[in-house]
Design a protein around this ligand. Structure first.
Ligand code: GDP
Ligand code: IMO
Ligand code: MG
Length: 432
């Protein structure tokens, strides 16, 4: 398999974890490049269900090497919890898991700031963050006040943290919060540092050497295009580069070493948290999608908002990410639908809109223009070949591909590995 970036092409939770799991056997390395433990990537293997937040989903394949790249923000305490859980499940990360010394750290004050900034906003302005401290940690990175995983191991760490805490405690007191105690934070973070020390390395030469040797790398995107800090429905976004470009800035692997971009989309759309969502269904059809698709957040447990597939968003995502092929997930969730709709354009103030507008107020006013499809009203869960699918399901997938101008390489009809159809190899060749 070529070096591949896998990204979410909607608002996150597209089923990236499952598709990564399916593709991992074909690669040597799986690398996270942005986001933090706001992500929740679910992988079901047999009767076991794993939810990964920071560790790349590839870790579930013993022998595969996994990296948390420099573009990720790491809560070291949460990472230790996740690694210990993996060990308990018999998945030893020793010798095959690496964390960039340049990855920024999430501290308890980031989580408090995240919480306070949400509480201070009016109901309409709240983002509905995961409260994992992601925004404030990236904020400190950009304002050159952050500390990085390499600093955790530096003898200067206590004084570096003390300087940060002095300033953060001034902010927290102004917000009416109790100050954080240096000794307490230090003990917690130094304990995590001891556990993580063998994993923290300079991952840039490591990954580049692997690429030079011809080893194959799969870049595991978190969140999705519409949550990207630059391209998403700003300000209702996360704080990182969730699009394909982030794979380079977040790992130090140059763009000309990346061969293929897979976009993951659900056969419909979901969103957690606040912000515009033109094809949202606030009725019983949305409820049916939520129930059938079990659409509850893997990180926060919040119900996900559900709606029809939005081809405007998908085309925008194709343009920004250079998507070569689609992995379409959760087709089976549409099984009970009598009529299925695709949003092919928006209508705003009487005009047809074909692109995602930058202005959030305009996006909020956009109404979907739909194309309707007859449902298939039969189970697709057992299908192993495209030809096994009911004709209406085949037509739906074909139209989705046609509207976006991108072929479908993977089609998923259930959460498990074996509920996956590989339709094309990643050089775009149709498999017979
Ligand atoms: P991610 O964040 O993109 O990795 O996605 P999540 O793990 O947050 O959410 C996707 C959910 O859908 C998980 O519970 C998966 O187990 C499940 N899932 C993935 N693919 C399919 C599919 O084809 N059909 C069904 N029914 N569930 C799926
Ligand atoms: P995966 O990788 C879905 C959403 C939050 C909120 C916004 C900002 O599982 O697809 P943040 O805590 O990042 O500052 O929250 O982004 N969000 C996600 N939604 N899937 C995710 O990750 C998400 N990570 C963040 O709900 O609306
Ligand atoms: Mg998720």
């Amino acid at each position: 398999m070529p070096n591949t970036v896998l990204i979410g092409a909607q608002w996150g939770d597209e089923g990236k974890g499952k598709i990564i799991d399916v593709l991992t056997e074909k690669v040597d390395w799986v690398v996270r490049y942005q986001g933090g433990n706001n992500a929740g990537h679910t992988v079901e293997i047999g009767s076991k269900r794993y939810v990964l937040h920071l560790v790349p989903s590839g870790i579930l394949h013993s022998g595969k090497k996994c990296v948390i790249g420099n573009g990720v923000v790491v809560d070291p305490v949460a990472l230790v919890v996740e690694l210990k859980q993996l060990c308990e499940q018999g998945l030893d990360p020793s010798g095959r898991f690496f964390v960039s010394d340049r990855a920024h750290i999430v501290f308890p004050y980031h989580k408090l700031q995240d919480e306070f900034s949400e509480l201070q906003r009016s109901k309409n302005d709240q983002i509905g963050t995961t409260r994992r401290g992601i925004g404030p940690s990236y904020g400190d990175k950009a304002s050159r006040f952050g500390l990085r995983m390499g600093d955790l191991l530096d003898p200067m760490f206590p004084s570096l943290l003390e300087a940060r805490l002095q300033e953060k405690n001034r902010i927290l007191s102004a917000l009416g919060s109790a100050p954080l105690e240096l000794a307490k934070v230090l003990v917690e973070y130094q304990e995590a540092a001891r556990y993580l020390a063998p994993f923290i390395v300079d991952t840039i030469p490591l990954l580049n050497a692997a690429v030079r040797k011809g080893e194959k790398v799969l870049f595991e995107g978190a969140q999705g295009t519409m949550l990207d800090i630059d391209y998403g429905s700003y300000p209702f976004v996360t704080s990182s580069s969730a699009t394909a470009g982030g794979a380079c800035t977040g790992t130090g692997v140059p763009p000309n070493r990346i061969d293929h971009v897979i976009g993951v989309v659900k056969a419909y759309t979901t969103r957690v948290g606040e912000g515009p969502f033109p094809s949202e269904l606030k009725d019983e059809t949305g409820e049916l999608l939520r129930k059938t698709g079990n659409e509850f957040g893997a990180t926060t447990g919040r119900p996900r908002r559900c709606g029809w597939f939005d081809a405007v968003v998908a085309r925008y995502s194709v343009m920004i990410n250079g998507i070569d092929s689609w992995a379409v997930t959760k087709l089976d969730v549409l099984d009970p639908m009598e009529t299925i709709r695709i949003c092919v354009a928006y209508e705003c103030d009487g005009k047809r809109v074909e692109n995602v507008p930058a202005n959030i107020r305009v996006l909020e006013k956009c109404r979907p223009v739909y194309e309707d499809f007859p449902g298939w009203l039969t189970s697709t869960k057992e299908a192993t070949r495209f030809e096994d699918l009911p004709a209406q399901a085949q037509a739906y997938v074909a139209r989705l591909s046609e509207l976006t101008g991108v072929p479908v390489s993977i089609l998923s009809v259930g959460p498990r590995r074996d509920s996956t159809m590989i339709l094309r190899d990643l050089s775009g060749r149709k498999l017979e």
